[in-house]
Design a protein around this ligand. Structure first.
Ligand code: FES
Length: 131
């Protein structure tokens, strides 16, 4: 049975059988970043999914019980993230452990810039506005 994942704010819902989803070699297998790469959904990942930045920061709006528990590395890194909330996770480290149910995940502001400004890296967008 596939798991249903909705990415906000773009409100894109996908259904995926995680047991059959190929690993895209970014972040942990079955992580949000892995799912996003499989479905061409943009999720910043400046460090390549190695828990060394916070650009893949997401908020879990629904379905947190379907995810792997947070490990120390992720918690330490998240402490440095902007807009930290109780439901914050790193998209490259939070692994979807159950292949059923429904998850809603929101990508915070800096990645929304990416969506609204036509697909450039948010880092480029920031630089542009400073010119
Ligand atoms: S992509 Fe850098 S911590 Fe997730």
């Amino acid at each position: 049975m596939p798991v249903k994942i909705t990415f906000l704010p773009m409100n894109r819902t996908i259904e995926v059988d995680l047991d059959r989803m190929p690993y895209q070699h970014h972040g942990k297998p079955r992580s949000f970043l892995d799912v996003a790469k499989n479905f061409n959904i943009h999720l910043e990942h400046a460090c390549g999914g190695n828990c060394a930045c916070t650009t893949c920061h997401v908020w879990i709006k629904q379905g947190a019980e379907l995810l792997s528990p947070m490990e120390d590395d992720e918690a330490d890194r998240l402490d440095m993230a902007a807009d930290l909330q109780l439901n914050s996770r790193l998209g490259c480290q939070a692994v979807i452990t159950r292949n059923e149910g429904e998850i809603v995940v929101e990508i915070p502001a800096w990645n929304r810039n990416y969506v609204s400004e036509g697909g450039e890296s948010s880092f480029l967008t920031v630089r542009k506005t400073e010119d």
